[in-house]
Design a protein around this ligand. Structure first.
Ligand code: F6R
Length: 241
């Protein structure tokens, strides 16, 4: 693992943005795995800046998002679909038909999950996946559990995640209880992964991810087995290492 520690989130945004930019320049029709939440925002801002400077062309880029709440509409201001358009997709020349955010629409959500994994495979797999990490060690919405779930699936969010995400909603009661998420297998199949963690609240999860056992109770610990991971930390998130 390539572990990089920076003073603040803005510096991480520049460094992680540069890694994304290098991928898009090397392979204009690359497949990017996208995350939502606070952690990737400075990275997306850096990508928008590079696009506005004429450095990047997203016209052939395809993307697949990690996850989405199940019970809210895509137009809801906290839907991850909307998040991606507000923070990145509407600000660069990526084609709307080339972006996918999982969302179960059929009466059998499991078939939607299988179709999402099949679509990623059909696109040739993910070249570069960006991740954040939950305070409880989750990646995407793969919550701590007895096993590492393999493919895209529907998940019940844990109380810890509901608490962490209530800052985006009027109250904890308004946070959706279910989500659709890529599985650990879907993430591990990405050719390259980057994970960003900032702030003291992430420090215990970062320690467990990097220095603990590979254990589904800390889903991010699986990344110890991935051959090409870059970890971007600020000094607070790195404090327990
Ligand atoms: C978001 C996602 C989540 C977040 C994680 C950290 O698509 O998959 O795993 O990356 O909850 O969230 P932030 O970055 O808001 O601390």
């Amino acid at each position: 693992m390539n572990i990089q520690v920076y003073e603040n989130a803005a510096q991480i945004g520049k460094a992680a943005g540069a890694l994304f930019a290098a991928k898009i320049i090397e392979k204009p029709a690359c497949v990017l795995g996208m995350a939502t939440g606070s952690s990737p925002l400075p990275t997306y801002a850096a990508l928008v800046e590079l696009y506005e400077q004429g450095v990047l062309d997203f016209s052939e880029v395809r993307s697949f998002n990690l996850d989405e709440y199940v019970s809210i509409d895509r137009s809801h201001e906290q839907s991850y679909y909307r998040f991606m358009f507000d923070n990145l997709f509407s600000k660069v020349n990526i084609k709307a038909e080339n972006v996918q955010v999982p969302y179960p629409v059929s009466p059998d959500p499991n078939s939607d999950c299988a179709a999402y994994d099949a679509a990623i495979d059909a696109a040739g797999g993910i070249d570069l996946q960006i991740l954040g990490i939950g305070n409880n060690g989750h990646i995407a919405f793969n919550e701590p559990s007895a096993v590492f779930p393999f493919g895209t699936h529907i998940v019940d969010l844990t109380q810890s995640t509901i608490e962490a995400n209530k800052r985006f909603f009027a109250s904890a009661d308004d946070v959706p209880r279910k989500a659709i998420t890529m599985g650990i297998g879907s993430i591990m199949k990405a050719r390259e992964v980057m994970i960003i963690a900032t702030g003291a609240a992430k420090a215990p999860a970062v320690k467990a991810m990097l220095q603990g056992d590979v254990d589904p109770q800390c889903p991010a610990s699986i990344l110890q087995l991935h051959p090409a991971v870059t970890v971007f930390l600020d000094t607070e998130a790195a404090a327990l290492l």
